[in-house]
Design a protein around this ligand. Sequence first.
Ligand code: SER
Length: 317
Amino acid sequence: MTTETILITGASGQIGTVLTEELRKRYGSDAVLQTDIRLPEERQGHFEVLDVMNATQLGSLIRQYNVRQVYHLAAILSAKGEKNPKWAWEINMAGLFNILEAAREFGLRVFFPSSIAVFGGMTPRINTPQYAVLQPETVYGISKVAGENWCQYFYQKYEVDVRSVRYPGIISYQSMPGGGTTDYAVEIFHNAVKGEPYSCFLKEDTRLPMMYMPDAIRATLELMEAPAESVKIRSSYNLAGMSFTPSEVAAEIRKHIPGFQVAYEPDFRQNIAASWPESIDDSQAREDWGWQPEYGLEKMTIDMLAHLKEYYQVVLM
Ligand code: SER
């Protein structure tokens, strides 16, 4: 195959599903290779089953499809990782290592998603700065801190063009998150539109940084398309969209669905959330590659409800 291809790992996940579609729109269906250990719900273009732990298979696919860029999205998220820390560490670290080694061998550009989970209880929680104490309290966070450092190492030592952002919680209507601490912010919309009450696993006043999917996709592509000299941070950029609490998003939904009921039954995920920032200072991303979010809570809520309403084909009253 001679066409240059972009490979996405974890492409059946929350971000991967939407990113694959956007990359296909921009570069053409043949230019994108969707991979995952799970089959996607809908198959449109190139898809291969790939376990990121398998370096040999990864190398073969890179050769076969003439891969030039990788979006390495495959990972175990924060809440799921706590159920089996060693397994989460192995997947998150060995997976990234295989990608970085392949990038070095084949001269690939790499996108690595980091997270607000790199921060912990020792970090200032409001307007968390780019360079803050990184002492995470989840295995997921530990793997992302280590991953950021490995990315920077491969850039400095082997000139691998690796780029990364620390995503906040991502909210989307197209796909569901799996195993994260911020998943409530997607689930709550689904229940509201279905006319069901929602039991929230975080306390009502737990403020967390969040971002609507279109902003997350645009940030990712703007960073990946920026001239190399603008990308001054090669560990990972702070990135912000909005911040809200469960009760604030519930109130925003109630402006459109007045009877919507939410109960608060915090579980182990509350402790994870309590160790994360409330808001993020992303001025470095704004300065270096012009980052500007478009969606706040109000605009995101309107858009989420409209799309989910269409999806469930119900009339909101
Ligand atoms: N949304 C992720 C999680 O909750 C954070 O990166 O695990």
